[in-house]
Design a protein around this ligand. Structure first.
Ligand SMILES: NC(=O)c1ccc[n+]([C@@H]2O[C@H](COP(=O)([O-])OP(=O)(O)OC[C@H]3O[C@@H](n4cnc5c(N)ncnc54)[C@H](OP(=O)(O)O)[C@@H]3O)[C@@H](O)[C@H]2O)c1
Length: 306
């Protein structure tokens, strides 16, 4: 398993993360097996959010750690707050309260990383900065980051906080590439030339901010894995199958390798609940696709090279 250094921190973490959004579907035994597999494969960062199953995923995870306390020291914990029922909340009061809830559910005194889940246009950056200051001073959060934000939103918040925003979590996969598309087709009149992210990819590299790719196997917005959709993604799946054969891995590994090939600091969040699929995905952690292979997948997914 390849590890990366998250700039501005002492965190050396796996370039694959175990996403815990779907673990509420598992029995205790199944969850123990999944976590055991993740650790065995070298994954050391676990992604949560206070909204996953209304906090239940965090609770189930904590219980699994309590059943195997020796693993606690091997884990880095990340969670997210700010999505509430029907609105987003970056107020100081909410961030402090939500973090206390996360710590309680995760049975931990501190989080390694806290992310603000989705941007809140009503944000007062001074309030967020003040919440971060308090959480850090109280030893409750070591590092801070964001999720689903563009460069100007990050700049705005960063202006007010002395804590470097170290991570931005965004939807990224070979079939969801707005982060890259406009950069590939600058100044063209193609649909993919439309800049939907404010050049977040280039910004992240300039600022040394780590990108975490969520839903690496999903088409659309949680519309199911593209690897199973041979009607819509027939050509892409053909290319992936051929590469899987070449590298002697599964198609799951190739889908992961397409993301880890990006020279930015990228981590891929695997949301599978199946140990074997986790093992398959981990095989993609340090495969280095050639330039031609990477572009072939990009175009087979329906994108154009001008
Ligand atoms: N920041 C945000 O806004 C945000 C949003 C969404 C998610 N996230 C984070 O990102 C993580 C990953 O998201 P996700 O769960 O949507 O990602 P995902 O890994 O793309 O999707 C997981 C789902 O796809 C299935 N799947 C995965 N690989 C497959 C394969 N090779 N073949 C067939 N089916 C496959 C899994 O089924 P099985 O379980 O049966 O394998 C599971 O239902 C979440 O756990 C969460 O931590 C963050």
């Amino acid at each position: 398993m390849k590890t990366i250094h998250i700039e501005g921190t002492d965190l050396h973490v796996s370039n694959l993360i175990m996403g815990c959004m779907r673990i509420d579907s598992l029995s205790e035994k199944e969850l123990d097996a999944l976590m055991h597999t993740a650790l065995e494969q070298g994954i050391n960062l676990f992604d949560h959010a206070d909204i996953y199953s209304g906090g239940r995923c965090e609770e189930l995870f904590a219980k699994a750690v309590d059943r195997n306390p020796a693993i606690r020291q091997k884990l880095y914990l990340q969670s997210k707050c700010s999505i509430c029922g029907g609105y987003y909340d970056f107020s100081k009061e909410h961030i402090l309260e939500a973090t206390d809830g996360i710590l309680k559910r995760l049975h931990t005194d501190y989080l390694d990383i806290l992310l603000l889940h989705r941007p809140d246009p009503l944000m007062e950056p001074e309030e967020v900065a003040s919440a971060f200051e308090r959480l850090h001073a109280d030893g409750k959060v070591r590092y801070f980051g964001v999720s689903n934000q563009n460069p100007m939103q990050i700049e705005l918040l960063q202006k007010y906080t002395r804590h470097k925003l170290i991570v931005n979590q965004l939807q990224m996969s070979v079939v969801h590439t707005p982060v890259l598309d406009s950069g590939i087709a600058v100044n063209m009149t193609l649909d993919q030339s439309i800049d939907r992210t404010g050049s977040i990819y280039e910004y992240s590299r300039l600022k040394g901010m780590t990108l975490q790719a969520w839903s690496p196997f999903q088409k659309g917005f949680f519309e199911g894995p593209f690897l199973l959709d041979r009607d819509k993604y027939g050509k892409l799946n053909e290319v992936i199958d051929r590469l899987a054969q070449k590298y002697a891995v599964t198609s799951t590994a190739i889908a992961v390798a397409w993301l880890t090939r990006l020279p930015a600091n990228v981590q891929v969040i695997l949301g599978t609940t199946k140990p074997q699929r986790l093992i398959d995905g981990c095989a993609g952690s340090d495969i280095s696709l050639t330039r031609q292979e990477w572009y072939e997948m990009y175009t087979a997914a329906g994108n154009t090279l001008p």
